[in-house]
Structure formats: C-alpha cells, structure tokens
Ligand binder design. Structure first.
Ligand code: ZN
Length: 167
C-alpha cells in the first residue's frame, strides 16, 4: 500500500461478508487494552466471540512495531460506534492507561497514518483518538478511555509528525 511502512498479511477468515466502505473521513487510533502484546489473530478470535464478523480493526500494531492486517482496508470496520462506515481503525497492542506504547509502535503508527493520509487525501486533522468520537457525536453513552491516557496525550505530537512526513 504505502511507501513508509509494510503491512504484514494475516489471512483472517471472516465469518460474515464485509461491507465495502464508501467514505473515509477519520483515522481512529485505539489501544487493545490488553495486558500483553496481542495480535490481529487473537483479536480476531475475541471479536468473533462477540458475534462480529471478526477483527474489528483494520490494523494492529505490535510491541515491536510490526503492523498486522485486520479487516481489509476498504471495508466497514467494527471499532468506533457512529463512525465505522467512514473511518479506518488502528489499534496499538497494550493498555495505555497503565503502560507506555513502545517507540517502535509510535514510529509505525506515524508512518501508517501518513501512508493512509496520502492514500485518502487526508491530513493530520482527520486523525482522532477513539475517545474523541463520543465527544464529536455528543454521545456520552459511548464514552471510552481508549486509546489510554499515555497514548492520547501524545496525539498532538503524532499529528505533527504525520504532517511533517507528508511534506
Ligand atoms: Zn478503541
């Protein structure tokens, strides 16, 4: 896809047909809220157990910075209530309420965001944290701590770096 970061294919088998996404207005950043370094394959099993088609995120970023494929990029995700039909979901493995993302994760996230911004003609203003969605939609019922304080507080720095990468 992009020129800055490689995406590792995971060949997940989805149990329902995935809908094609018509619009892409937001790149939504999540954490997995897991204690350890979990990947797309494990999340896929968890999300199937929720009754979903499979992994709800489009990308999962491991501790070592590897970017794994979740849902195909051009499909509707299951990650951010209210904007699934117009966004891409990127989850960093870990719980950033209690721990810090790794430097490798942040670097991969910035590169992936810059690649996606190029692809969809977006810029840093289209990058949001999951918790921003409920605020944006004035929907307090879906308030969430995601992507965790220690990632959320770095979002401005990440947006600025994406902007510089796009120049
Ligand atoms: Zn989230």
């Amino acid at each position: 896809m992009g020129k800055r970061v490689a995406v590792k294919e995971t060949y997940l088998a989805f149990v329902q047909e995935l809908e094609k996404r018509r619009e892409t207005d937001y790149l939504v950043v999540h954490h997995t809220a897991s204690a350890g370094d979990i990947g797309a394959a494990e999340i896929h099993e968890e999300h199937k157990a929720n009754g979903w088609a499979g992994c709800g995120y489009h990308y999962v970023i491991r501790f070592d910075g590897t970017v794994e494929r979740g849902r195909p990029r051009d499909t509707v995700g299951a990650h951010a209530f209210g904007v699934n039909d117009r966004s891409i979901g990127i989850a960093l493995s870990g719980n950033f309420m209690t721990t810090e993302p790794t430097d490798a994760q942040i670097t991969s996230l910035e590169n992936l965001l810059a690649d996606l911004c190029d692809l969809y003609c977006l810029n840093q203003t289209n990058i949001i944290g999951h918790r921003d969605v409920a605020v944006m939609l004035q929907d307090s019922a879906d308030a969430t701590a995601c992507p965790g304080d220690r990632l959320y507080e770095r979002m401005d720095e990440i947006r600025q770096r994406v902007h510089r990468l796009q120049e």
